[in-house]
Design a binder for this molecule. Structure first.
Ligand SMILES: [Ca+2]
Length: 129
């Protein structure tokens, strides 16, 4: 576990770097698709909410993150199939990260980074370049 500073523009740059972002989305999708059927169920997504919110509690409360997922699931599961496929997931992650970037703004904020923190890859990309 480590602590890093991240600002909104760093997150936006990561989302706009299609190669890094695509790779990250695919890794994330594989991790979340615990039964390996190629789509994410509501249950598969919700299992992660608690973990994500505890890692990024500096940015958003657990309730805010839960309602964010609620809204996004409603929005992206357009056919109400109850599942999110890979393309829907990419759009969803983009929306979450851009929402986070807007929440952070231009002033760097301190965040705690752990293995599957949403913002970790964006920070790593910025640090390595
Ligand atoms: Ca699945």
């Amino acid at each position: 576990m480590s602590v890093a500073f991240v600002d909104g523009p760093t997150v936006v740059e990561f989302v706009n770097d299609s190669e890094s972002f695509e790779k990250w989305v695919n890794e994330k999708f594989e991790t979340l698709d615990s039964n390996g059927d190629g789509v994410l169920s509501r249950e598969e997504l919700q299992k992660r909410i608690g973990k994500l919110s505890s890692m990024e509690y500096e940015l958003q409360s657990k309730e805010e993150i839960t309602s964010l997922y609620d809204e996004l699931f409603k929005k992206f599961d357009v056919d109400r199939s109850g599942t999110i496929d890979r393309n829907e997931f990419r759009a969803l992650m983009k929306e979450i990260l851009l929402a986070k970037a807007r929440g952070i703004g231009n002033s760097p904020v301190c965040i705690i980074l752990q293995g599957d923190s949403l913002l970790m890859r964006a920070v790593q990309r910025a640090t390595n370049s």
